[in-house]
Design a binder for this molecule. Structure first.
Ligand SMILES: [Zn+2]
Length: 225
């Protein structure tokens, strides 16, 4: 019997990695008895190095989502959202958010001044992690490792500060809108996360959707091992 190896590298499996990270899904103890957002979470074999929980990357992803939603929705952000229910239980995540935020005052649509915040988070670290999530979902879907580069772009609900990047994302979004409407939707907790793929082939394109609001497109290189 061959030993199972990590979803990213060739090291032996030492643990299971949840993709996306388990901490993005509200824990059952925080919910009504009828609710369950941790049904059949996706898990892939992982070495220690590629386990996000061991590098604290899992909570970093949660913080980044929270700050992105905050930036988009302004001061009333996250009301009644699933994400808010997780954050209520994790004050240290909010503290981390505040460390990276600068309060500012901005005019709203009716020219009233509203208080909001700008957040500076490590975008590169986040996008690297999103790439790992995409690779994990790919492995789960095809039972194959990604062999080449994976390119991930945010297309909805994720703020960037670069005009060029936003333009590029708008183009990717337009392209993505033509690809996925008729495709099956995968994931047993779709309020938190689901994905779609263009085809069940190594050269697939994948859409990843978090909290029904934040969307990414992943393009995988074609070769398989
Ligand atoms: Zn590994």
């Amino acid at each position: 019997m061959t030993k199972e190896t990590c979803y990213i590298c060739d090291k032996p499996k030492t643990s299971g990695e949840h993709v996306p990270p388990k901490c993005l899904f509200p824990a059952n103890k925080d919910l009504e008895p009828s609710e369950n957002f941790r049904k059949n979470l996706i898990k892939v074999p992982s070495c220690d190095e590629h386990n996000s929980a061991k590098s604290q990357d899992d909570e970093f992803m949660l913080i980044t989502f929270a700050s992105s939603m905050a930036a988009e929705k302004g001061s009333g952000f996250l009301q009644n959202s699933k994400l808010k229910r997780i954050l209520d239980r994790k004050p240290h995540v909010f503290n981390e958010l505040l460390k990276h935020s600068t309060p500012i005052k901005l005019p709203d649509n009716e020219n009233n001044v509203v208080e909001t915040c700008i957040y500076s988070l490590d975008r590169e670290r986040f996008m690297n992690q999103m790439e790992a999530v995409a690779n994990g979902v790919y492995f789960h879907h095809l039972k194959q490792k990604v062999t080449g580069r994976t390119i991930v772009n945010p297309i909805k609900g994720f703020q960037t500060t670069s005009i060029k990047q936003n333009l590029h994302n708008a183009k990717t979004k337009k392209f993505a809108e033509t690809l996925f409407p008729a495709k099956p939707v995968y994931g047993d907790n779709q309020d938190i996360f689901y994905y779609q793929v263009t085809e069940d082939k190594p050269e697939m394109i994948m859409k990843l959707v978090f909290y029904r609001n934040i969307e990414f497109i992943a393009v995988f290189n074609g070769e398989c091992r």
